[in-house]
Design a protein around this ligand. Sequence first.
Ligand SMILES: [Zn+2]
Length: 297
Amino acid sequence: MTEPSPDSRGGPAPGAPARPVAAARGFVPGAAAGTPPAPTDIALPVAGRKLLTGPDGHFPWVGDLPAGTDWVPVGTLDGVPAWAAEVADAEDLPGRWRSWRALAAELPEPPVTLAGRALAVLTWRRTHRWCGACRAELADVPGETARRCPDCDLYVPMQLSAAVLVAITRPGRGGPDELLLVRHAYGPTGLWALVAGFVEAGESLEAAAHREVAEEVGLAIAEPTYFGSQPWAMSGPGTLLAGFTATAIEPSAEPVVDGRELAEARWFPLDALPAELPPAYSISRWLIDAVAVRPRR
Ligand SMILES: [Zn+2]
């Protein structure tokens, strides 16, 4: 893969007037070049892992923040440029500092995705300050979410970590189909979740699904079917979750957990799922809900 140049991406040359973006609805990630933030642009101030929302519950404007704030472009929301910045004097700013999880539970998907990207980009920048090859300080690449070493020319784009989730079902014995749910030994231990794990280098999404299911619960699955994906702001600087459904090859096989990563795994009839499920804004829950309403064959 050749690295993209500003020309090949079709972006405006530095100093050229920005092209109209009014047609772009919802959230579009990007890294505007050549246009400084305007006071009426959307601002995403970040302190630690929390974001500032104004008294009305929405994100503030750039003009609400002190002059001299170090803004990083993160994209557009309904055509309005959005900028993120780490702020040091958080207590001096009016509004509420909230976690991405709290925002995701309340706001619609486009601003939630924007907030997740702001957290991801700022975390990535904080942890990619120096060249990993020669230790020089990296410089931003205009128009891209990428940095470059001024000394050895190493190109450092923001990279994503892919992870898979698998909703595994088996035919019920005289009743509805059953879904395999697991409880983790750490993190949100009270939730019944799906088998999940990160994709290894050199592995397809489908191969990762087979491997994670075998490793975590000791089961074999038929070829997984792609369901959808979701950028996830709760783990790492840039995680992309890919959801799959799959059926267990041996319907009578019971899950076996290692007791370290997973504490428990159990089959649940689709009409008697537990109440402690992942939150409504997560692809885990979308998968579970999709499987649960699927008519029995
Ligand atoms: Zn270097």
